[in-house]
Design a protein around this ligand. Structure first.
Ligand SMILES: *Cc1c(COP(=O)(O)O)cnc(C)c1O
Length: 345
């Protein structure tokens, strides 16, 4: 892989915005800052935040056992995904590969950035077909998005297929691990040294229970991270988020316990759903939701709405006809859902 050939030429040539806080991040507390036109009276938040979220990144580095230089943080994974499009994809020329049924944002971001989309469907077990993906490549293919565990199906993708793609593609393979903490598989972060074209994405929105603070994590080679740092908005991670995330990481045990509870709830709910007459199939899940095939998805979706429960109707997605995606709730919420479902005829 030749990173310089993959990156858009304008980005190689451009100069990054140099923020007032860039050069003196380490001197906070020692210097009198009269450079950024901030209001000098303290409010706790009158100063711009650290553009590189240094403290938070070093804490995540310890938690994930990976060097800080391999980490970039974003305003949700969605920002990180957008930065990858902007870094690698020339509008109106380059393309990405997605594997339906999959997370909807890849397509939205491709459309927003005027980047072409090639679709290579997952097979009927919702697994990757690496040979089909490799056949679909051409010289304009820059990114392949692999969601594992996959949204909306919930399963992990075969490691062998992922590695085959990583080894045979000259562009970037993005593995979206938003749900990895609900599975028993280790993260592809551990493979970063093996594959210079690997980018792994995780988030605080699911297992870490903080969708509201908007914090996405990107793990990649230090060269890719340096390029992403060059193009990201200088203050993309606000100070409230940085502070809250530091606190969340200190409470890792709480979230670990919640994850264990959600995993056990997942298996209980799955077996109870399977006993309902009009439920046709509940897919095995490595995530915090269950893709559930019913007799008539539109009808069941509406019935649930009438009882005040909102699930996601995925019936229009590839290979998902009559499927609802049900996110796990608390044990009480799941029990309530079941009492409703068992009444429906
Ligand atoms: C929920 C989800 C995310 C999280 O996005 P954020 O912007 O970090 O909240 C990312 N990828 C997938 C596949 C998801 O389902």
């Amino acid at each position: 892989m030749n990173l310089e050939n993959l990156v858009r030429k304008n980005i190689l040539q451009m100069k990054a915005y140099s923020s007032a806080r860039d050069e003196f991040t380490k001197s906070v507390g020692q210097m009198l800052f009269m450079d950024a036109n901030e209001n000098p009276f303290s409010s706790g938040y009158n100063r711009y935040p650290d553009p590189y979220a240094t403290q938070l990144r070093s804490k995540i580095a310890v938690q994930k056992q990976i060097p800080e230089e391999n980490i970039l943080l974003g305003n949700g994974s969605d920002e990180v995904l957008d930065l990858l499009f902007r870094l690698f994809c020339e509008p109106k020329k380059d393309e990405i590969i997605i594997t339906p049924p999959t997370y909807g944002m890849y397509k939205v971001l491709a459309n927003l950035n005027e980047v072409g989309i090639k679709k290579v469907n997952l097979n009927s077990n919702f697994d990757l077909v690496s040979s089909h993906i490799l056949e679909a490549l051409d010289e304009n293919t820059k990114l392949i998005f692999i969601c594992s565990p996959n949204n909306p199906s919930g399963n992990l993708m075969s490691v062998q297929s992922i590695k085959k793609i990583l080894a045979n593609f000259e562009g970037i393979v993005v593995i979206d691990e938003a749900y990895i903490d609900f599975s028993d598989r280790s993260s592809f972060i551990r493979e970063l040294n093996m594959y210079p074209n690997l980018v792994v994405i995780q988030t605080f929105s699911k297992a870490w229970a903080h969708a509201g603070i908007r914090l996405g994590m990107c793990f990649a080679s230090k060269e890719i991270i340096a390029l992403l740092n060059k193009i990201k908005p200088p203050y993309n991670l606000n100070q409230l988020t940085q502070e809250k995330a530091l606190q969340v990481l200190d409470e890792a045990e709480t979230y670990q316990n919640q994850i264990q509870m959600l995993i056990s709830e997942r298996e209980i709910l799955k077996s109870k759903l399977e006993k309902i007459a009009w439920v046709q199939k509940v897919y095995t899940s490595d995530a915090n939701f269950l893709l559930t095939q019913v007799d008539e998805a539109d009808k069941r979706y509406q019935q649930l709405i009438d009882f005040g429960v909102v699930v996601r109707n995925r019936t229009k997605e590839v290979n998902c006809s009559n499927c609802l995606r049900i996110s796990l709730g608390t044990p009480d919420e799941n029990a309530y859902l079941l009492t409703i479902l068992q009444q429906l005829s």
